[in-house]
Ligand binder design. Sequence first.
Ligand code: PAF
Length: 300
Amino acid sequence: MSNPSCLTIVRTLEDMQQHRSQWTSQGQRVALVPTMGNLHEGHFSLVKLARERADRVVVSIFVNPLQFAQGEDFEHYPRTLEQDTLALTLLGVDLVFAPDASVIYPDSLSMANEVAQTTTIVAPPSLAGILCGANRPGHFTGVTTIVGKLFHLVEPDMAIFGQKDYQQVAIIRQMVKDLNWSIEVITAPTTRAPDGLALSSRNQYLTNKQRFVAPRIYQTLLSMADRLMDGERNFVKLVKQATEALKSSGFGQIDYIDIRHPDTLRPSLATDQRWVLLMAARLGNTRLIDNLVVEADGLS
Ligand code: PAF
């Protein structure tokens, strides 16, 4: 592995491709960590993993309008490029790819719904219709389109995603397989605050009171896991109890609580020995997601 060098910030496709060609000619392995910026310890853990595995680490920072539905927080999503690049310099990242929307969607306008109506898209697999996809129509089309573009532009040997977005990683894995890309998709474990809350840029939208309640989502996952490990197989009952637990702690709308197969995301069968528990619920206007993979004989 080469020594970490100075961080370069690249804003155009041409510059990105020029760096990539140079690394290709040097036979270097490249890891991509796609992000929307506003980086926190969760992102840093992905970067550290990338740094361990590859010769060159590229972090993309792009708030992708196409993956926000109308009425979501695209306009208000925190943009902190200066702070992000400073942190990435300290982590030994080689290159930050931070294009403007006009570079990524050249003939489209930058508003989420306008891009969605005008640009060519990468249609996600049917997995995109369940869970988060059922609550956020068009979201995963936005994700597969931007991740497909980034893969095309950066040509990474590997790409690192966080397990917090479990369905997103499953969809990207399938896209890579279906489109015959030779990119290794690596899932990094969820980084949590000491009280268990999964780190997310959206946590900063929470009021102090909501922040106090938010870890309940992880506690509820843990108690569902305990019940499964104790032999409970009545999934409907488990979901009902978890829904009641979240509601009584102050969560508003529960988008979903589900128990599925960790590899395929199909609904669980009574004979399964492994499960992924997935939740999306709202505290005020903030939507939180989390998940936990459970095996009959322990958490993994
Ligand atoms: O997980 C995210 O931050 C985004 O969905 C991603 C993968 C960077 C695509 O915009």
